[in-house]
Ligand binder design. Structure first.
Ligand SMILES: Nc1nc2c(ncn2[C@@H]2O[C@H](COP(=O)(O)OP(=O)(O)OP(=O)(O)O)[C@@H](O)[C@H]2O)c(=O)[nH]1
Ligand SMILES: [Mg+2]
Length: 626
């Protein structure tokens, strides 16, 4: 726009006056818009983290926020009307002038006015959303998630549950058909024909599962899941750090955990996990006693960073055995297997204040929660980390890669059945065939960890088309007579770290090593709940409270070994038979038998753990706004 150097007289004078007025109006509008945006965003931020706590407080906060927004909205409308009025006046004044500048100016005013109209619309949509979430007319769960879809609000719980359910039930169909047809093949009933049908079914299943995985990557929430998982994990880690580093150690209430459990490293790790969950639930600082530890005589702190930087002793305070009163200053814990009156916060329970966040990015929140404890506990010291890194550097570890854990020696025949290498490789093959539907796989790599030194060579001879990574010397140190040594521990840590970094894990969940690898995998990505295959048990935590599934579809028993269920029944679960059925006890009818797995859904136990309000929700610059 040209300026008149001679002053503000005539048409241009009017024009300048209205220009500066227009600018003032624009600045005012901009400020109002910033204020409106701020007030609109505030309740939505609350919505994500804290919504299910202090509902009344939040409701009041939202109400007052809403009132402010509505007031701003009225101002906003007034300003808009004033602007339109000015525009009209401007038009009246300049209609005879007919200059290019006037037309240009009117065009701009029109554009601003249109923009205002659209902002007004957005503003009123947001008010509707907040009204709904404030509990004025609907439940919090009824907020239309579509309004947040592209604002980084993440998917709804219902969407995530349904998506995972379709995936899991696709596999269940396959388990059923595979099992039934394989039986017929073994009975020699037209076995070739049946095998051909089975092969075709397998192809179709892989295609379906592969498409569903793509859906998860393309639905627009991929980044949200990753960020939210990192944020919640970060929050848990900070809470644990806070708990473990009280301002006055001498004064702090404590719980003592003795690492003298006579079992393997996986079992001992889970023992510490149980102690740490106990500490978190009772707001006591955990003191780990590990002198004379069987993997390293000098103790845990010689290999790993201590679980507290500032509080590692109970001083001379009196130690009371659990169960003890809240006021008891120092409490010593029994092993989980011998605890009387199991507290409700033991696995597989998860904290209710985080539950609604976790279920939106992870399909198996219980193992995710346990993984978080491991993440806090397992921090190798420099020398150990170097030994791990050096061993890893010698291997050609590249993705894609499948991890296979084969537990033999003392386990087989006593606590678990023998599983042939072919059983593991069948799942590895299936994984790669599915992956190859969407990408070129240069080499089918397998990281093989085992406590039986012969297994690696066997596998290499039997499956030359696969590249097996693994160190036979590690397996040798895992043999029962050499197991409880520092060297064996280094080997095991290498195995665990690498198994947890694979894309898919094939193992037996009857082994604690297999379960630890999966739990660690859960900390390496937003959701590893579909990235494993267990040849035997479903996931569990030794000494856990009851694990139930809830019937979501009715079932009338069709055979004597089946049980009937009604929608809503709780079924205490013993296991999945991987043939379409699982075994359990219907808690309503007290009958035990098989039930179609797809007619049930996992029953997640929530427990009101302390919420550690002193630990901020959003700590540092790593935190991304969602
Ligand atoms: N390096 C290495 N060591 C292993 C492997 N599998 C088992 N081990 C050793 O064997 C021990 C097994 O004991 P636990 O960790 O209690 O696990 P588990 O015996 O499989 O399970 P539970 O009997 O239920 O306790 C491990 O701690 C290791 O020392 C493996 O793949 N690699
Ligand atoms: Mg064992």
């Amino acid at each position: 726009m040209k300026l008149n150097p001679g002053g503000h007289s005539g048409l241009n004078g009017f024009f300048m006056m209205y220009m500066s007025k227009w600018k003032r109006v624009a600045v005012v509008l901009l400020l109002i818009w910033i204020a409106v945006t701020y007030f609109v965003i505030s309740p939505l931020r609350l919505n994500k983290g804290d919504e299910r706590q202090d509902t009344e407080f939040i409701r009041l906060k939202r109400l007052s926020c809403l009132q402010r927004i509505e007031k701003k909205g009225r101002n906003f409308t007034d300003k808009k009307t004033a602007l339109e009025h000015s525009s009209l006046k401007m038009h009246e004044i300049t209609c005879d002038g007919n200059t290019d500048e006037t037309a240009d100016f009117q065009e701009r005013l029109k554009a601003v006015s249109l923009q205002l109209e659209s902002l007004k619309q957005q503003h009123s949509n947001l008010i509707t959303q907040i009204k709904k979430s404030s509990g004025l007319n609907v439940n919090l769960n009824d907020i239309e998630t579509s309004a947040f879809l592209h604002n980084g609000g993440g998917p709804s719980e219902e969407y995530e549950n349904l998506r995972r359910r379709v995936y899991s039930n696709t596999k269940e169909i396959w388990y059923f058909v595979n099992h039934e047809l394989t039986k017929l093949i073994h009975d020699d009933v037209q076995s070739e024909k049946l095998q051909a049908i089975l092969d075709q079914m397998a192809d179709r299943k892989r295609s379906l599962l592969s498409d569903q995985q793509k859906l998860q990557e393309l639905d627009g929430y991929h980044e949200w899941r990753r960020t939210e998982a990192a944020n919640v994990s970060d929050l848990v880690q900070r809470r644990l750090k806070y708990l473990q580093n009280p301002p006055d150690c001498r004064d702090a209430r404590k719980v003592i955990c003795n690492l003298n459990k006579g079992c393997g490293f996986g079992c001992q790790l889970h023992h510490i996990v149980y102690c740490l969950i106990f500490a978190y639930a009772t707001e006591r600082t955990l003191i780990l006693n590990s002198k004379g530890w069987r993997y390293n005589n000098k103790g845990w702190e010689y290999v790993f960073h201590p679980i507290s930087d500032s509080c590692t002793t109970a001083y001379e305070d009196k130690v009371v055995q659990w169960p003890a009163s809240y006021d008891a200053k120092v409490v010593s814990l029994p092993f989980i297997d011998s605890i009387t009156q199991k507290p409700k916060f033991l696995p597989l329970a998860i904290p209710s204040d985080l539950a609604h966040r976790i279920v939106r990015f992870n399909g198996d929140p219980s193992s995710w929660w346990i993984g978080q404890m491991l993440k806090y506990i397992l921090k190798p010291k420099t020398a150990m980390q170097k030994a791990i890194n050096d061993t890893i550097a010698k291997m050609n570890f590249k993705n894609p890669i499948v991890g296979v854990h084969i537990r033999r020696t003392d386990k087989v025949g006593t606590e678990a059945a023998f599983h042939h290498i072919d059983e593991y490789m069948l799942q590895v093959k299936d994984y790669y065939e599915q992956l190859e539907l969407t990408q070129v796989v240069d080499k089918r790599r397998v990281y093989l960890a085992t406590d039986d030194a012969n297994v690696l060579e066997d596998a290499r001879n039997k499956y030359p088309q696969y590249e097996f990574l693994g160190d036979p010397s590690i397996a040798k140190t895992a043999a029962t007579h050499r197991r409880y040594t520092p060297l064996s521990l280094t080997g095991l840590l290498v195995d665990l770290h690498l198994l947890a970094r694979t894309d898919y894990l094939v193992c037996t969940f009857s082994s604690q090593v297999g379960r630890v690898a999966y739990e660690m995998m859960q900390t390496n990505r937003a959701d590893a709940s579909d990235s494993f295959y267990s040849l035997d048990d479903i996931y569990y935590f030794g000494g856990q409270n009851a694990h139930d599934r809830r019937a979501v579809l009715p079932h009338a028993a069709r055979a004597p070994h089946e049980i009937s269920v009604q929608v809503g029944d709780l079924i205490g679960i013993a296991g999945n038979h991987w043939n379409g059925f699982g075994r359990g006890t219907n808690k309503r009818t007290n009958t035990n038998g098989l039930v179609p797995w797809y007619k049930t859904a996992d029953h997640l136990v929530l427990y009101s753990f302390p919420e550690y309000k002193n630990v901020p929700q959003h700590p540092d610059t790593r935190q991304k706004d969602l």
